[in-house]
Design a protein around this ligand. Structure first.
Ligand code: FES
Length: 76
């Protein structure tokens, strides 16, 4: 029997959003989305799951390049 070496943990991306739950999942009714909405992908928004622009400071602080997922209705 060979004991497995401890697994080296990689960095987390979620620092403080809903840490009490096992997995952060957001379900959005697509019919309730207006013309355009921006969802956070940097995990730093104070309005998560919506983007509040916090990605700008995160990118400045870290050199990262993240931004929101923008959903918009197709204009006819
Ligand atoms: Fe997170 Fe904008 S605040 S992507």
């Amino acid at each position: 029997f060979q004991p497995k070496p401890p697994v080296e943990k990689k960095p987390i991306c979620n620092l403080k959003i809903q840490k009490e739950v096992q997995k952060v999942v957001n379900i959005v009714d697509i019919e309730e989305i207006g013309e355009k909405v921006s969802y956070c992908r940097c995990w730093r928004s104070k309005r998560f799951p919506l983007c509040d622009g916090s990605h700008t400071k995160h990118n400045e602080d870290t050199g990262d390049n993240v931004g929101p997922l923008v959903l918009k209705r197709k204009s006819n």
